[in-house]
Write a protein that binds this ligand. Sequence first.
Ligand SMILES: [Zn+2]
Length: 109
Amino acid sequence: MSELSACHCSQCRRQSGHYQVAGVVAKDAITFQSDVTLTWYRSSDHAQRGFCSKCGSALFWDDGGDNMSINIGCLDRPTGLHLASHIFVADKGDYYQISDGLPQADQYE
Ligand SMILES: [Zn+2]
């Protein structure tokens, strides 16, 4: 899995209710025990978002490439993972500050 980034874009904020932390994984490394409730929502011209149609949890972001982003908030603890950066900070909400000292970018890096 890639380093974790917190995405502050308006789509992630609207889907999650705040910002969303995700890691990128090769699709061929992902297996599903069950995907009966996995539902996809086309959120833009170039990507879709996977969520659980039973509980509503936001799970994945997929642009149709070889990799897919997994929303880390849906994983059971302990994850052993650590947030590494913030992306799309130019689009962040105006009701909070980012003060953890991690790198910030106005787009995806
Ligand atoms: Zn985003």
